[in-house]
Design a protein around this ligand. Structure first.
Ligand code: C5P
Length: 210
C-alpha cells in the first residue's frame, strides 16, 4: 500500500529571525513512516523542520510553513491508500511577514494572527476520497469526546488520540500511549510503549481498516 504521512511542526515566520510553532519532535510520524516501510509499504513523508534522520526508502518532502505543507500534501495524493496526518500544524500564522527584523527598541509589537488552512479537514472534504484518512488528536482532557468530535467534524475515518498531559509521554518523548477511534467502535488502547512498537501496531490496524 502507499502511505502519505505528515510529521513534525510547521513554522510560521514573523520576521527573518522569529516564528510561531508548536511543540513537536516529529518522532511519532517518523516512527509510523519507518514501520510502514519495514512492512513493505511505500511512503511519502511530508515533514516540517525536525532533527531526525530521513527514513531510508521514504520519499521525503521537506516543508516549513503550514501553507507549504498543505500544498505538498495536495500535490502528493496520487495513488495513496492511507493518509496519516500526524503533523502538529500551527493553527495561526502572522497576517503579515515583516521583511526586516523587528527592533526591540521600537517597543512591543502587536502581531495580528490569521488561521492557517486545516489540511486534515481539507482531505476529509474531498468529494471522491479513495484513501483511508487518519488524523491525530493531542488532548489534555476529555480524550474520547474530543477525538470523536474530530472524527465527525474533520470527516476522518480514524482518529488516533494521545493524552499529552501524561508525564513522560507524547511530544519529545520516545514513548507514547495511543487510543484509536473508528466510528461505531469502542476506542482501542495501544498501551504505553516505544513509539516504534506502537507505530507497528498502528500500521497494521490502519491497513486492516483500509
Ligand atoms: O483540531 P486539531 O488541530 O487538534 O487536529 C489535529 C489533527 O489535525 C492532526 O491530525 C493534525 O495533523 C491535523 N491538522 C492539519 N492541519 C491543520 C491543523 C491540524 O492537518 N491546520
Amino acid at each position: 500500500m502507499k502511505f502519505l504521512i505528515t510529521a513534525g511542526p510547521t513554522r510560521e515566520p514573523i520576521d527573518p529571525v522569529r516564528y510561531i510553532s508548536n511543540r513537536s519532535s516529529g518522532k511519532m510520524g517518523y516512527a509510523i513512516a519507518q514501520a510502514a516501510l519495514d512492512a513493505g509499504h511505500e511512503v511519502v513523508l511530508i515533514s516540517g523542520p525536525v532533527a531526525l534522520p530521513a527514513p531510508a526508502r521514504a520519499q521525503l518532502v521537506r516543508v516549513t510553513t503550514a501553507d507549504e505543507m498543505y500544498d505538498a500534501v495536495h500535490a502528493n495524493l496520487g495513488g495513496i491508500d492511507i493518509a496519516v496526518l500526524c503533523a502538529a500544524v500551527a493553527d495561526f500564522k502572522p497576517a503579515v511577514f515583516v521583511a526586516r527584523k523587528i527592533k526591540k527598541s521600537a517597543g512591543i509589537p502587536m502581531i495580528e494572527l490569521v488561521p492557517t488552512r486545516d489540511i486534515l479537514a481539507s482531505l476529509g472534504a474531498l468529494p471522491e476520497k479513495k484513501f483511508l484518512l487518519a488524523g491525530f488528536a493531542a488532548e489534555t482532557d476529555d480524550l474520547e469526546k474530543n477525538a470523536r468530535e474530530k472524527l465527525e467534524k474533520k470527516r476522518c475515518d480514524v482518529v488516533v488520540a494521545n493524552d499529552v498531559s501524561a508525564p513522560g509521554l507524547g511530544f519529545e518523548s520516545d514513548e507514547n500511549e495511543l487510543t484509536i477511534f473508528l466510528p461505531d467502535q469502542p476506542g482501542r488502547v495501544l498501551p504505553r510503549g516505544s513509539k516504534s512498537d506502537i507505530a507497528k501496531v498502528l500500521v497494521k490496524i490502519l491497513c486492516a481498516a483500509q
